[in-house]
Design a protein around this ligand. Structure first.
Ligand code: ADE
Length: 266
């Protein structure tokens, strides 16, 4: 496996780059690709920046130039359903571009000339992410997130959801808009700005991908309040620990910190 890990914001990526062994940086197409090992897995970490085009070109480069065999996208998203709260984790089963609309020539949401609106995430990768997220919530969450931040964002018992993630070139901050998207897209769990582009490119290039997002807001009029604080103090921690758990599950992965502290204690 050579794992490509895409994040949209620098704060979400920094912990992973810091954890890389023998990292080196390659610049291509105005992006920095960090190549190295993450818990013994060959990995390439990159910031896509924001939006579907940015994500699509980054994904294509990861596959075509860096030879990644699997892709993960980690980041934040707005809640797509009233049962899903800030601090919850969503893992995509499938992804759709909510701003794709070539009707009446093609059905709303369908990507013209593909016959498809929903692009599936790889089931095996998605389940590994779900397992990693459960391990994170069960073991790491308590200590990984500062108590003040838990209180500010009312993070009591975060939950994990699987379902449809919708991407568009819009930061959704309008209650009526998110309500309409929820009604138009059954199974919607979250809205963000990159995942469906990554999924379409991966489908076209035959590379398995998965998308995991921490819910940062309710996609309503309050969505931008404390957004960057949440990314830095909560979502960045989630991404680091979940990717760590994901890599360590691989069998080959050895957690050196953990191994040395365990042997030191015996
Ligand atoms: N990412 C995080 N919150 C979002 C929102 N409300 N809309 C689009 N992308 C997001």
């Amino acid at each position: 496996m050579r794992l490509g890990i895409i994040s949209a914001l620098a704060e979400e990526q920094q912990g992973l780059v810091d954890a890389m062994e023998s990292p080196y940086k390659l610049i291509h197409g105005q992006r920095e690709y960090w190549v190295g090992q993450l818990w013994e897995i060959d990995a390439v970490c990159v910031l896509s920046r924001i939006g579907k085009v940015a994500a699509a070109v980054t994904t294509t480069t990861l596959v075509e130039k860096f030879g990644v065999t699997h892709i993960l996208f980690t980041g934040v998203a707005g809640s797509g359903d009233k049962t899903i709260a800030v601090g919850d984790i969503v893992v995509a089963e499938s992804l759709v571009q909510h701003d794709m609309d070539a009707s009446p020539l093609f059905p709303r949401f369908e990507v013209p000339l593909t016959g498809m609106s929903h692009f599936a995430a790889d089931h095996g990768l998605a389940m590994r992410l779900v397992d990693a997220a459960y391990a994170f919530l069960g073991s790491d969450f308590m200590d990984a997130i500062d108590a003040d931040e838990k209180a500010v964002f009312k993070l009591t018992r975060p939950r994990i959801h699987r379902g449809l993630i919708a991407s568009g070139d819009q930061f959704v901050n309008d209650g009526a808009h998110i309500h309409a998207l929820n009604a138009a897209l059954p199974g919607l769990v979250a809205v963000e700005m990159e995942g469906a582009a990554v999924a379409q490119v991966c489908y076209e290039l035959g590379v398995p991908c998965a998308v995991i997002r921490t819910i940062s807001d309710n996609a309503n009029e309050n969505a931008a309040i404390d957004f960057m604080r949440f990314v830095k103090s909560v979502a960045a921690r989630y991404a680091y620990y979940i990717v760590r758990r994901f890599c360590l599950q691989d069998g080959g992965g050895v957690d050196k910190d953990q191994a040395s502290s365990e042997s030191a204690g015996t």
